[in-house]
Design a protein around this ligand. Sequence first.
Ligand code: ACO
Length: 315
Amino acid sequence: MTGIEIVGTGRCVPGRLVTNDDLSRLVDTSDEWIRTRTGIAQRYFCAEGETNAQLAAGAARAALKRAGISAEQIGLCVAATFTADHAMPSLACEVHGALSLPESAPAFDVNAACTGFITALETARSLLAGGSVTGEYALVIGSESISRVLDMTDRNTCVLFGDGAGAAVIRLSDKHDYRCVMGARGDASLLHAGGAASEEHFVHMEGKAVFRFASETVPKCVMQVLDSAKMTMDDIDYVVCHQANGRIIDHVMKKLNAPAEKFYKNMQTYANTSAASIAIALDEMNEKGLLCPGTRVVCVGFGAGLTWGGTLLTF
Ligand code: ACO
């Protein structure tokens, strides 16, 4: 399988910092409950007038800058989101306009909820490898404004999510080990939100059942990725899980009998940013100098659909 090189990453968070204490003034909750049940300490919400498209474009610009690539060199733009500002045009087309990407670069969204960034990466890789897009580089974005679809009177959901965007500039490479596995189980009962045919605008989640689903699916997904590459946990430097809940990640660690240092966590800062969470984590790791040439990372997303997906990336 032709692999990918991640040549640059970027992120953008909105302007309104919301602490657990801030939320405890809106609903019957506490900083202690949120921290111990989820690992979340704060999140960022879009300020008045701030849009998902602005976040996505901000992350994309940062990724281009870090990659040292100009907008004209982009051959494809794929955005993962379940909270696009409009049903149409897509978030990716809004970024296309904001960054003046070339007309030869197609732009579209994918929606696999919290698995979105994994799905978008593989979509972009496949299109580059298939030769149906011109240009060497693809821009892959995960971006959400989930605060727009949160019921701020429901303590079961409003404390869990945040807004933000992450992006990566990629190109094909045979020198970088890459694997991808994905799956889905059509079941809207545990997790759903809004849409044209829905009277329910807000996120609805059966937390316990989603927790069980994630705890079973994520370790399996990591093992599938490793098996497909004929590798073990010892060959991997980091695992970046979708940042929904620190306790899910702790469970995955235990099940895989893997050391805590390999599992990157940043839900304490951003909460669950759905399709953006893995992209934001990769950019933070990049900034901290954790992603050196040869570093191997397994990323795993899971979420509404139900969907899941794992990828092996080599830096
Ligand atoms: N503050 C205080 N109490 C709360 C809060 C809150 N914010 N939320 C729920 N509670 C209460 C409940 O009402 C319940 O009270 P009761 O016993 O009187 O009924 C009690 O706390 C325990 O609730 P549980 O649901 O059992 O709490 P649990 O320990 O399971 O944690 C949580 C809940 C954090 C939601 C957990 O189930 C979870 O993280 N689930 C997974 C979420 C997830 O991973 N989502 C990812 C996908 S998202 C996507 O794809 C868009």
